[in-house]
Design a protein around this ligand. Structure first.
Ligand code: ATP
Ligand code: MG
Length: 271
């Protein structure tokens, strides 16, 4: 059995992959702690205990993510190895999507866009706009920074209160944009805007930025498929924003199961 640990900038994910039967069985754990070592050992320990895994069955521990540098030695007597985070996202994304030659948009605290092929995994770029942006802006602009509460607020929101839309500034559609398209995120910001409107405006902005960067990345690689991973891939409003982008640009977004664990799974499957 191989354990993959992804010490992300916000959450730590651990998976156990059993390769003996030829197809990996994946057990997953997600934790959050103040420092990298505590969250990594915590996630590892929780997974061992909850799944009745014997330490002697673990061949090695593959570590990746922003905090990977903090774990320098063996962990509880088991050999550890570092895996480059971009490689891990690429390998995990191809595994979960069940195919090669894909663009992966990993929405974590920030967002990375990766071109993943069987023989080369390349970081195309990304944006600091991601899950951290949603929570950071929420902290000052909304009465809550709890994710479920942000989502509940946004469900009640009206984008017309915060975004400047095409219909606000012109009479007709412009190329493939319709009158409801955003001309400027938060470019209107009416005094009457309520928390729900602002919550929706934040989510809309974050996923529009990520979606459009993904479109340009996909087009630059002559593909029309983007696999979305990371904790930010599981967001109903985000998915709705991305589907509007699909309608305009014919680039399709896919959401594999267990996508929050992509990087940890990729680390475990590296080598
Ligand atoms: N349903 C959700 N939709 C969007 N974002 C979410 C959701 N749930 C949590 N988040 C955000 O996801 C981020 C954490 O995601 P993830 O665990 O994939 O990132 P990370 O690996 O810690 O960060 P990074 O990969 O950028 O170093 C947090 O910023 C959190 O606010
Ligand atoms: Mg991550």
């Amino acid at each position: 059995m191989i354990v993959g640990i992804d010490i992300g900038s916000t959450t730590t994910k651990a998976v156990a992959v059993e390769t003996a039967q030829g197809f990996p069985v994946i057990r997953k754990i997600k934790t959050r702690a103040a420092d990298a070592v505590t969250s990594a050992t915590g996630a590892f320990g929780k997974m061992i205990v909850e799944n009745n895994i014997r330490m002697t069955d673990i061949e090695r521990i593959m570590i990746t993510g922003a905090g990977a540098g903090s774990l320098k030695n063996d962990l509880f007597g088991i050999a550890t190895e570092k895996v480059d985070e971009i490689q891990a996202v690429g390998i995990g994304g191809m595994f979960l999507a069940g195919k090669e030659n894909i663009i992966i948009t990993n929405i974590g605290t920030g967002t990375a866009i990766i071109d993943a092929r069987r023989d080369s995994i390349r970081h195309l770029g990304g944006t600091g706009v991601g899950g951290g942006t949603i929570q950071g802006l929420a902290k000052k602009l909304l009465p809550t920074s709890d994710f479920n509460s942000i989502m509940a607020l946004a469900e009640t929101g009206n984008l017309n209160q915060v975004d400047l839309r095409l219909e606000d500034i012109m009479e007709s559609d412009i190329s493939f944009l319709n009158k409801e398209s955003t001309a400027s995120n938060f470019g209107k910001m009416l005094d009457s805007a309520r928390s729900g409107d602002i919550a929706l405006g934040i989510l809309n902005m974050v996923y529009q930025v990520i979606g459009m960067l993904s479109v340009f990345a996909a087009k630059s690689r002559n593909t029309d498929r983007v696999v979305v991973t990371g904790n930010g891939s599981d967001n109903s409003i985000g998915k709705a924003v991305l589907s509007v982008i699909t309608g305009m640009h014919q680039v399709h977004f896919e959401y594999p199961k267990d996508a929050a664990y992509t990087t940890a799974i990729g680390a475990a499957l590296s080598r």
